[in-house]
Write a protein that binds this ligand. Structure first.
Ligand SMILES: CC(C)(COP(=O)(O)OP(=O)(O)OC[C@H]1O[C@@H](n2cnc3c(N)ncnc32)[C@H](O)[C@@H]1OP(=O)(O)O)[C@@H](O)C(=O)NCCC(=O)NCCS
Length: 146
């Protein structure tokens, strides 16, 4: 398994996964902006199976925010999300971050399960933060000290 920098040339494959697994996917422009902004945009791949997933981490002064993480649908439930998340935490620590925070849809039980298992705790709630199929949906804020 390899973690490497994402490039513009990866965006077709990234968007295929993004649209497959997210109810409200990022656009190509969102990923291009993240690359231009020098966020930590990483592709997670295997030599035999190609791109398994990716993650985007924004570094601030001493706190990083995980902006996106995804594993291709047919690759899910094999511990890959957990491994990718752990790699992103190592990356944050290596850049001197003291904490990683993130926002997640209240209905996203898979991601919330992943974060809780990785030691994230709830630190807040933004009511009606996200657009949802039928109206609005809360965002749960989670954080983990490094
Ligand atoms: C969240 C996501 C990255 C997890 O990836 P994954 O490779 O399937 O996760 P793992 O196999 O490493 O699972 C780790 C833990 O997450 C939780 N989890 C993962 N998928 C789950 C599901 N479908 N239902 C409930 N819990 C789930 C479990 O606690 C699991 O631990 P366990 O296998 O010991 O039960 C993946 O579901 C995904 O890409 N979802 C769509 C994108 C997304 O929602 N990203 C987060 C945005 S905030």
């Amino acid at each position: 398994m390899i973690l490497r920098d994402m490039a513009e040339a990866d965006l077709d494959a990234v968007l295929r996964i993004e649209r497959e697994v997210h109810s409200h996917p990022w656009t190509r422009g969102n990923f291009s902006d993240a690359l231009r902004s020098k966020y930590q945009c990483k592709v997670y791949e295997s030599e035999t199976e190609g791109m398994l997933g990716y993650a985007v981490l924004m570094l601030a002064v001493d706190e990083a925010e995980l902006l996106d993480i995804a594993i291709a649908a047919q690759q899910q439930r094999h511990g890959r999300g957990r491994k990718l998340l752990e790699e992103m935490m190592v990356l944050a620590r290596r850049h001197g971050m003291g904490r990683v925070v993130l926002e997640v849809r209240a209905s996203n039980t898979a991601a919330i399960g992943l974060y809780r298992k990785a030691g994230f705790a709830d630190i807040g709630l933004r009511r009606d933060y996200y657009q949802a199929e039928n109206g609005r949906e809360d965002a749960i804020l989670m954080g983990r000290e490094l």
